[in-house]
Design a protein around this ligand. Sequence first.
Ligand SMILES: N[C@@H](CCC[C@H](N)C(=O)O)C(=O)O
Length: 296
Amino acid sequence: MGPVSTAPIAFLKGHGTENDFVIVPDPDNALDLPAALVARLCDRRAGVGGDGLLHVVRSAAHPEARDSAGEAEWFMDYRNADGSIAEMCGNGVRVFARYLQHAGLVTAGDLAVATRGGVKHVHLAKNGEVTVAMGRARLPEEQATVSVGERSWPARNVNMGNPHAVAFVEDLAQAGDLYTEPPYSPASVYPDGVNIEFVVDRGPRHVAMRVHERGAAETRSCGTGACAVAVATARRDGADPALTGTPVTYTVDVLGGTLVITEHPDGTVEMTGPAVIVAEGHFDPAWFDAAAGASG
Ligand SMILES: N[C@@H](CCC[C@H](N)C(=O)O)C(=O)O
């Protein structure tokens, strides 16, 4: 075992509609967080546990965010539970903003957060809800087919900064146990992997979804996934706001709660939902050093 860290490293635990995260504040980007260490920290039995990790870094201190430092003081360096890097996390960015507020680094109101998917403008409302301007969805032409067992469905390709395949099913149970990633083809549609959403109707402008997240398996919510689902459902319903000139709002039920998604006529998408800090503490220095040593 290497030398024990001198200063204990802080972490928090938070969630947004039960999409849960290990939060690691590291303003100066001093920590080395290789994929294997992130996977250890997100491990639900041997680590703290989470669907992903929010590495909180000042934009000026991170090579991927330096250019955004004038617009957004903080960078969400998002990692999936398996340690892989993702462009964006919709629930994560709400929880990230809640952390900044909890730590006294921002007050309720408006702030900007840099992400690999661009700068996101966030509103921390007094009622505890958080709204994020998620930017425009892209709808690439290439489509894929998603399968579970013997059943296959066409999947709408929606990019919210990260890739999504949205399949409309009759019953969410058709998604199966989602322990493993449902196969999709052709694989060339998603060269970097994909998040897969299964969707059913619940009522007018109201749907429910389950998701298999790239780099994490089934999670109880996915914010970018809920946005992709709202956009795909609007196209299916013939309610494209760019054509009608009217914003369209969908309520999207996830296993861990509800998200409200609005697409505007200019194509921008807004997401509103909760963000909660659950706990805070420090990693045991010896445990952290051993985990870091085993991952190095
Ligand atoms: N849970 C997230 C999405 C996290 C990233 C995703 N697994 C990916 O690899 O793209 C959300 O709330 O958007």
